[in-house]
Design a protein around this ligand. Sequence first.
Ligand SMILES: [Zn+2]
Length: 375
Amino acid sequence: MTVAPFSFRLLHTDQTSAARRGVFSTPHGDVQMPAFMPVATQASVKGLEIEQVRACGAEMVLGNTYHLALRPGEEVVAALGGLHRFMGWTGPILTDSGGFQLFSLAHRIEVTEEQAVFRSHIDGRLVALSPERAVAIQELLGSDVAMVLDHVVGLPNDAETIRDATERTVRWARRCQDAAKRADQTLFAIVQGGLDAELRVACARQLREMDFAGYAIGGLSVGEEPAEMLRMLEATVPELPADRPRYLMGVGRPEDLVEAVARGIDLFDCVMPTRNGRNAMAFTDAGTLRLRNAQYERDERPLEEGCPCPACRRSRGYLRHLFMANEMLGPILLSIDNLTYYQRLLADARQAIEADRFAEFRREKLAGWAKKPMS
Ligand SMILES: [Zn+2]
């Protein structure tokens, strides 16, 4: 159990894998886990009205501290009622701390023990982000779950750089914990450690002793082989407390989600369903469809038989036409279909866990996706 008004209830562990069925409660409602969070980078899931995101089946969304602090600024969001009211989402929200964006977007970043200083990718101005500042921004945004500021480094990298960043991540986690004041917001820690299993284990153990409400695994899915990521999960997850949610940040493809759930992960976020949707790629149980391909020109079938989303009330041929004609409805409909696909996948995963048949579910799904792998 975690501090009220937050709690994680573990309902069932699958008998055929390490997959878990749980419920995470927040002041803005419950999240059935394992769960997938659509990414609302700039307080918007790109192209979609927030009610459409809800209709896809999402219960919790993710906002980006880095982006929102630079534009419009956390003070503006706070003046407009906080992130929930600002974007019109009444359910739980998780904000990431900016650690990943510092590494992926910011220019000329300099990390010292005190803080990260970087140039904004928007206007080049100099910005400082310390653990205390990351917490203060997230408290003004008013998300339900805030993330600690972590020091993310690219992979591959030399062992000394990775060790140094991982140790700093632990120290910064402590500073975030000391800085956090809001009773209606909780804080998740982030395990780093590159592709070094020993370092990940050491990091997880230290963070576990600090007693966070949830634990994330970060710094993965940054170009390493999927097998390497799974090896890191197998090393790290057993070190995390069983009574707290486990969040794999920024992952990923449907097969990554299923493999991670099988190893005990409860929560995910990724831009892939919306980003790929905008690029005419649809996820289905039979693999990925690239709608610009000529083979779909006269295809009368829906993207996925039985999908309840509005895109699947149209033919593949019509959806292809929208992309070829550069109609904005194409990216919108495919984003909806992909988000619906991810939410249905996690809902089916929860059922399979409850029925102690997750291993079989995993085999079925992987066999289907292997027919048309993502290229
Ligand atoms: Zn659909």
